[in-house]
Design a protein around this ligand. Sequence first.
Ligand code: T4K
Length: 409
Amino acid sequence: MKLKPKRSISDLAVFGGEPAFEEPLHVGRPNIVDRRAFLDRVNDMLDRRWLTNDGPFVEEFERAVAGRIGVRNVVAVCNATIGLEIAARALDLRGEVLVPGFTFVASANALHWIGLTPVFCDIDASSLTIDPADAARRVTPLTTGLLGVHVYGRACDTDGLQRVADDNGLVVFYDAAHALGCTHAGRMVGTFGALEVFSFHATKFVNAFEGGAIATDDDELAERARLMRNFGFTGYDTTTLFGTNAKMTEVSAAMGLTSLSHIDELVEVNRVNFAGYRQALDGVTGLRLVEPAYGEVSNYQYVVVRIDAEAPLSRDGMLAVLQAENVLARRYFYPGVHELEPYRTLARHPLTLPIAERVSREVLALPTGTAMSTNEVAYVSDLIDFAMRHGSEIARRRGQPATVGGAED
Ligand code: T4K
């Protein structure tokens, strides 16, 4: 595809120019790998007439994920949100659970949905993960757990959080929805805390249409989660605990297995895209790329830029420019979950988390994955560079002051 460069700001689609892309470029476009292998598995599944309830593909998927992470137990579930609910129940958490304000709403919803109170904490400005010191300040006699989120695959300060937990008798567990294949302190994510929960949603770089997995070295905990996943059944007619239906289907496991068997290539595609953006965006005023932790393995599945409040074009100004060009960048995560309803109204006192709020007004996730070509990465980067260089002019023409901070609404 020949992509037309923008020569003046009147060429921008936001001002009536022709959009750069005919088809939208999405953040989270699913990676579809090896259709043949997937369809063969689907045929096997149909021949077997075993569609769900702990089928052979689910078992194989669990073994494959466990092998990849190097953890004793993996319990596959229908999605990570329900996986987090089961996790918190299997851990027998009560009362309040500490959680970062800067995350996807699912992290908090999973807690609230089962009657726990998420207590929102601020984040560390560089790792963008929950700040152990802030978490420690929010512990009350009702606190029983701490849910860290490895945002964009960058791991939490696991030692710092464990210290807070040890000092206060809490259980630490992790939302690892973004972090499949990532390491922390040279160790695979999936092996930290009491357990970790991964997502295999369609938008994740390894996907099972919908899916999740609970990873833990604790056999008893895994057994409880396994029973909870299937109504609590221990036999045909016996139950021992309250359970739900959180089973992964065979067709999802077939997709998950197919996707997982290409994980190294998928990481490489993400890495190359990331490197392309990094090189092209280096030196663009007011903008920086969120980098993986130094020396760690990353899956590079999120390409996120931070546009600071002094940048010539605000984060939301940039979003408007990109969207008009059919580059559907996303504000992952804006606003902070504590600012979202119904959490905002539920809070007894207005809650301000300065770093989470600042970061949520700066971030913009860009399209990556197998749906993006190298050319497209280069073009999107050029577009961002162009828009930033003409930021003040664009802001003026859009009727916005040039520097209004990141978010317009
Ligand atoms: N914890 C964290 C930290 C998470 O980020 C998430 C999920 C969870 C927990 C919960 O995991 P799951 O329960 O989902 O397993 C998307 C995903 O739905 C969600 O899984 C993900 N995080 C979140 C960051 O992003 P939305 O509501 O923004 O998705 P949506 O529907 O706008 O899709 C994103 C883009 O992807 C769209 O622009 C279109 C494209 N797309 C999407 C799908 C589903 C496609 O091209 N094809 C598709 O099939 O949440």
